[in-house]
Write a protein that binds this ligand. Structure first.
Ligand SMILES: NC(=O)c1ccc[n+]([C@@H]2O[C@H](COP(=O)([O-])OP(=O)(O)OC[C@H]3O[C@@H](n4cnc5c(N)ncnc54)[C@H](O)[C@@H]3O)[C@@H](O)[C@H]2O)c1
Length: 271
């Protein structure tokens, strides 16, 4: 077993948004690395039941599904409490549930924005608050917030996605150093462009260069095992993070992001 696998061996983890895509791949890959128990939390009960049953066959007694709508604080608290009961502890929490939230700013209401933050920001905040007392009692833990490359490359017609993921990244990176001396690790991670249901939900198809959820999960898990501050899921996210706020690339960024905006306005969904 390599160093990444060792990090997850015998661990208890909880993953939100785990009934599909990257969350499911994170759960399954951790089990393949020898995790002791993985709690899959999602509000899509049908997918959750199907995927948990499939994982339970492959890893008997190690995969457990819990219903949880992360926009509801009570649901998140209950899920974390149950996960800790089931596993005896929670070593790693992945705040992964989220949505792509596309659309024209003009057509979005303040209520839409509140819903966007409820899912992509407050869902993770509730998870952090619920798990912290447990990790403090244990004297260790790792919280991982799944953001997106859009946090560094904010794109037109995804203002809500850009803002919510940038906010989550800010929370995550700042909190990392508040908790460091308590032996609680905090990592921010982008999956990279990944072929999952998130694209269809946004009315489009994943781009041809999209990687598989398993690839994204492996990259994220490797970075988390090394306690990286920010895991970048693919080369696009690496270049985006390097370029976006670098004054030397400002003109190039304007050209690129304006082109994205104009293409999207004309009905072509490019990234
Ligand atoms: N796929 C990509 O290219 C990509 C790129 C960057 C970031 N991400 C991020 O990765 C994460 C996972 O997305 P994915 O691509 O696997 O999408 P996905 O749609 O396959 O999975 C998202 C899961 O979250 C669940 N979910 C949605 N709202 C929820 C809620 N309120 N409570 C509980 N569960 C809820 C869904 O039921 C689903 O199972 C998201 O945070 C997304 O923003 C994805």
């Amino acid at each position: 077993m390599n160093a990444t696998g060792e990090y997850y061996r015998g661990k208890v983890a909880a993953v939100t948004g785990a009934a599909s895509g990257i969350g499911l791949a994170l759960a399954e890959t951790m089990l393949s690395y020898g995790a002791e128990k993985v709690v899959l939390a999602d509000f899509n009960d049908e997918n959750l039941a199907r995927e948990t049953a499939r994982l339970d066959k492959a890893y008997p007694g190690k995969a457990l599904g819990l219903h949880c709508d992360v926009t509801k604080k009570g649901d998140v608290q209950k899920m974390i409490r149950k996960a800790a009961e089931i596993g005896g502890r929670i070593d790693i929490l992945f705040n992964n549930a989220g949505a792509g939230l596309g659309g024209s700013f003009d057509k979005q209401t303040n209520e839409d924005w509140q819903k966007a933050f409820a899912l992509n920001f407050y869902g993770a905040l509730y998870g952090i608050r619920a798990v912290l007392p447990i990790m403090r009692k244990q004297g260790s833990g790792h919280i991982v917030d799944i953001i997106s490359g859009i946090a560094f490359s904010p794109m037109a017609y995804q203002t809500m996605y850009s803002a919510t993921k940038a906010a989550l990244n800010g929370l995550t990176l700042a909190l990392r150093y508040e908790l460091w001396d308590e032996n609680i690790r905090v990592t921010s991670a982008t999956p990279g462009t990944t072929a999952t249901a998130i694209w269809k939900a946004g009315g489009t198809e994943p781009p041809p260069n999209a990687q598989s959820p398993e690839q994204s999960a492996q990259t994220i898990l490797a970075g988390v095992a090394k306690n990286e501050r920010l895991v970048l899921g693919d080369q696009g996210d690496v270049s985006g993070a390097r370029a976006c706020f670098n004054p030397d690339f400002a003109a190039g960024q304007d050209d690129y992001l304006l082109n994205v905006a104009r293409k999207r306005r004309s009905g072509q969904w490019v990234v």
